[in-house]
Structure formats: structure tokens, C-alpha cells
Design a protein around this ligand. Structure first.
Ligand code: ATP
Length: 234
């Protein structure tokens, strides 16, 4: 497997508060990797550090062989890392289609287009001229994912995409994952629902208090190991 992303001994701080302690994570080309862990474990902080939203100067974040630590967020985006933020953050005054097109600014060459986004999320076709915020939570999440795909990322980061959504809607959204991978995009997803993470990911990393406490292929991890890594249970 060719390595797409690799962090070595990554740390992160909010002022004096240390949120990450020596995190080593790899994502291979074509892989779907899930980050699990309870509230405050450091998963979102890890994504923010990758995307340049938190300072990472002097650290080691290899993406396609280059050290991107310390790069500005827009340079990292242009290099091929796109983020679906927690809470979707659609533009309220813009339509669904306009929200999607915003994602295409600074677009790289690749397979993604409006048509392709509508192909994986057909629910959006009838809504394309509606304001993005007039949609259901699940449809808003589809727009947020589509918007990130419009830049043709090599790596898609998704922060808590199933939060607050009904099980049927979560299923619809996760059904798009294989289609996204077919387009050549690797996926790193933060998921609080452990069952969902195990079902979708090739490999899983569990975070606790800013450290990776467990990693492996879902089939190789026992419930007991996961509980210990997630809650610190003995
Ligand atoms: P959640 O599911 O709640 O988002 P998480 O695993 O993503 O959890 P983070 O949001 O990365 O966790 O938080 C890691 C730690 O950093 C927590 O202790 C949190 O309180 C702290 N933290 C997060 N954001 C900030 C911030 N903007 N300022 C200060 N501390 C923060």
C-alpha cells in the first residue's frame, strides 16, 4: 500500500493546553480510516492540525511525500486535502448548487463535478435551487460532503458526519463512501459511532486524552480492546 498521509509524533496546543501528545497516523492511498474516541479525545484537533487551522510548524506531516506542516490552510487545500467540517457550515444565503460550486474554487484536475455529486447524492437534484440551510440535516451533510469533493481532493477529512442524524440517513450517506473511493479519494473520518466506524473503515485508530490508544483493522480488534482504548476500562 502506498502511503498518502503520515504524521509522526504530532502534538497540538491551544495556548498552554496540550491537546495531542505524539500522534502517529498513516492513511494509505485508497484507504478509508476512521478515528474514534469519546468527546474531547482530540480527534477534531487532529483534523484541524492536518488542515492548517492549528499551527503545526516544525512538525512532521507527510502528504504525498511532502512535509506540509506549517503550510497555510489554502495551500494545504490546493495540495489535495479537503475537510467536511463538524456542523456542515453551509452558506445560508446561497442555494445548494451555489454552495457546491464554492467548493470548486481552486479546483484541481479530477473526476468531481456537479453532475457527479448529484449522481452519488440524488436527493440533492430536486433541491439544487433551494437555500442550503432549508434542507434536512442529512441533505445538508450531503451538500457539505459534495462541496468538499468539488475541489477533487486526494484526501477527504470528515468530522462527525453522522452526528444528530437518523439511522436511515446515516446509512444513505455512508453508502456514498465506496463511490467516493472509486473516484480515487482516500477518506479519514471522525466517527463517534463505533459500530459505524468498524463497518466502514479499513483501519481504525482510537484516541483517548490526546493519544492513540489502539489501532488496527476492525476484524482484528476485540470489543474488550476497544472499550479499554475508548474509556480506559481495565
Ligand atoms: P468532540 O467529539 O467533542 O469534538 P474530539 O475528540 O474531537 O471531541 P477535540 O475537540 O479535538 O476532541 O478536543 C480535544 C481537547 O482540546 C479537549 O480537551 C478540548 O476541550 C480541547 N479544545 C478543543 N478546542 C479547543 C479550543 N478552541 N480552545 C481550547 N481548548 C480546546
Amino acid at each position: 500500500m502506498t502511503t498518502l498521509l503520515e504524521t509522526r509524533n504530532l502534538t497540538a496546543f491551544y495556548g498552554d493546553f496540550q491537546a495531542l501528545f505524539g500522534v502517529d497516523i498513516t492513511v494509505g492511498q485508497g484507504e478509508t480510516v476512521a478515528l474514534i474516541g469519546s468527546n474531547g479525545a482530540g480527534k477534531s484537533t487532529f483534523l484541524r492540525t492536518l488542515t492548517g487551522l492549528l499551527p503545526a510548524k516544525g512538525q512532521d506531516i507527510r502528504f504525498e511525500g511532502q512535509n506540509i506542516a506549517g503550510w497555510a490552510a489554502d495551500r494545504i487545500h490546493k495540495a489535495g486535502i479537503a475537510m467536511v467540517p463538524e456542523g456542515r457550515r453551509l452558506f445560508a444565503s446561497l442555494t445548494v448548487e451555489e454552495n457546491l460550486l464554492i467548493g470548486a474554487s481552486g479546483k484541481r484536475a479530477g473526476p468531481w463535478s456537479l453532475e457527479k455529486v448529484y449522481e452519488i447524492f440524488p436527493d440533492l437534484i430536486a433541491k439544487k435551487n433551494n437555500p442550503g440551510t432549508a434542507l434536512s440535516g442529512g441533505q445538508q451533510q450531503m451538500v457539505a460532503i459534495g462541496r468538499a469533493l468539488m475541489s477533487n481532493p486526494t484526501l477527504l477529512l470528515c468530522d462527525e458526519i453522522s452526528l444528530g442524524l437518523a439511522p436511515k440517513v446515516i446509512k444513505d450517506i455512508y453508502e456514498a463512501v465506496p463511490l467516493i473511493r472509486e473516484g480515487g479519494t482516500s477518506i479519514l473520518v471522525v466517527e463517534q459511532d463505533v459500530g459505524q466506524a468498524m463497518a466502514v473503515a479499513d483501519r481504525v485508530y482510537c484516541f483517548m486524552e490526546g493519544r492513540v490508544t489502539l489501532s488496527g483493522k476492525p476484524a482484528d480488534l476485540t470489543k474488550h480492546q476497544i472499550a479499554a482504548a475508548y474509556f480506559g476500562a481495565k
